[in-house]
Design a protein around this ligand. Structure first.
Ligand SMILES: *[C@@H]1O[C@H](CO)[C@@H](O)[C@H](O)[C@H]1NC(C)=O
Ligand SMILES: *[C@@H]1O[C@H](CO)[C@@H](O)[C@H](O)[C@H]1NC(C)=O
Ligand SMILES: *[C@@H]1O[C@H](CO)[C@@H](O)[C@H](O)[C@H]1NC(C)=O
Ligand SMILES: *[C@@H]1O[C@H](CO)[C@@H](O)[C@H](O)[C@H]1NC(C)=O
Ligand SMILES: *[C@@H]1O[C@H](CO)[C@@H](O)[C@H](O)[C@H]1NC(C)=O
Length: 364
């Protein structure tokens, strides 16, 4: 009897140790934001197919099934997880998922820094932060205060957010922008983002990674919004992205000064994507302007998969030759290139912040 009891005690202690060492050895990876990083949270919310990608041909190349990712395969965050020797980080809403030591993906397609952005169809960043708060609480409860705190502060927190705050007024013809000047609107977006980052910091996060915004007026879905311009970029929208990208680093530097231990990396996705649009061949791509999957000029009609109203769509044969997978999102091969440059030191001119994401997986 005593023998059985000591064996059971041994097993319990052993399992506990395994979890603790998992917690210590691996740096956790928490992911926030929009469809550039959503690994399938929107499969589990009440929304429409506009904000979902859980149908063929999404996922056709790498996974051979549609996971909910808005690409033919893996996203930047998936490659980063692999480079950091972590498993692909599952969606927070995936039923039964509780391996929070590894991390969690809170991102939601369509989400913005403003609660009003595609309200009712997405998980806004503010709610994503609230979900993280629950995970942080759980962690402190499971591991104890100091171990939990250590795990949270050594983890990496990656963000892609803002694009939808600027897309939404154009796509829904809302009056949000009309009632603000452009610079006021951008200031509001960045102020909301800043206040949510502070909340996440308060819960124990320290290492923040941001992607800035790509040229939003130059994606297939926005090129077609002004047919009379013959497919040139929608300048007003690209200008908003540029303005956002100009004030984001200023806001982050302010946070760095104000919040003890706050560190950030900022990746210049804007320059990277602009280069790939303008010089696809240099990046091993054949097509930098048109989507692989969609219909109409540039594949700009958001019909990939045939489940968003429009049933007809075209699908290219080799997604790896394209920059854009559908009207708004990139292919796996583009995401891999971005992840390689984000991870590597080969061209540090794209890394605008004081750190790179690789630093964050290596320093305590
Ligand atoms: C989902 O949303 C639709 C439309 O917004 C609504 O009619 C429906 O009741 C919602 N379903 C659930 C389960 O919340
Ligand atoms: C991909 O999935 C389809 C249908 O689910 C199956 O027929 C096919 O064999 C799979 N291909 C690979 C390479 O696994
Ligand atoms: C956040 O955005 C809302 C509009 O959605 C705005 O009223 C509010 O002032 C913003 N918050 C901050 C801290 O700027
Ligand atoms: C529109 O683009 C087509 C194809 O690129 C070109 O042949 C045509 O001259 C352009 N028209 C205008 C008005 O720019
Ligand atoms: C690094 O990126 C810049 C663009 O920001 C480009 O002009 C330069 O050629 C690149 N250098 C290398 C070595 O790839």
């Amino acid at each position: 009897m005593g023998c059985v009891r000591s064996w059971m005690l041994f097993i319990v202690v052993f399992i506990g140790e395994v979890f603790l060492s998992l917690g210590r050895k691996h740096v956790g990876f928490f992911i926030f934001g929009d469809s550039f990083l959503d690994a399938g949270n929107n499969n589990y919310i009440n929304t429409s197919t506009l904000d979902q990608a859980n149908f063929w041909p999404y996922g056709e190349t790498y996974f051979n099934f549609s996971t909910g990712r808005f690409s033919d395969g893996r996203l930047v965050s998936d490659f980063i997880a692999q480079y950091a020797n972590l498993p692909l980080v599952p969606p927070f809403l995936q039923p039964g998922y509780t391996q929070y030591y590894v991390g969690a993906n809170f991102a939601s397609a369509g989400a913005g820094a403003l609660v009003e952005t595609f309200q009712g169809s997405v998980i806004p960043l503010k709610t994503q932060a609230r979900n993280f708060k629950r995970v942080a609480k759980w962690m402190r409860h499971k591991l104890g205060k100091s171990e939990g705190k250590m795990l949270l502060s050594s983890a990496v927190y990656m963000f892609s957010i803002g694009s939808n705050d600027y897309f939404s007024p154009f796509l829904t013809h809302s009056h949000l922008l009309n009632s603000h000047s452009h610079s006021q609107y951008v200031a509001t977006v960045v102020a909301n983002l800043t206040s949510i980052i502070k909340e996440i910091y308060t819960r124990g996060a320290r290492k923040f990674v941001f992607l800035n915004l790509p040229p939003l007026g130059c994606v297939p879905g926005t090129r077609i919004l002004q047919p009379e311009r013959n497919g040139s970029c929608l300048q007003e929208l690209s200008d908003l992205a540029t303005l956002h990208n100009r004030i984001l680093p200023v806001a982050l530097s302010k946070l760095e000064k104000k919040l003890t231990g706050f560190k950030f990396a900022l990746y210049d996705l804007h320059t990277d994507v602009t280069q790939m649009i303008n010089h696809p061949l240099k990046y091993g791509l054949k097509e930098g302007k048109s989507a692989c999957c969609g219909s109409g000029a540039f594949g700009g009609v958001y019909s990939c998969g045939g489940k968003r109203g429009e049933k007809q769509f075209e699908l290219c044969e080799k997604p790896n030759e394209y920059l854009f997978w559908d009207s708004y999102h990139f292919t796996e091969s583009a995401y891999k290139q971005v992840a390689d440059r984000l991870w590597g030191y080969t061209n540090s001119s794209y890394n605008l912040g004081p750190y790179t994401i690789r630093d964050f997986f290596q320093i305590p």
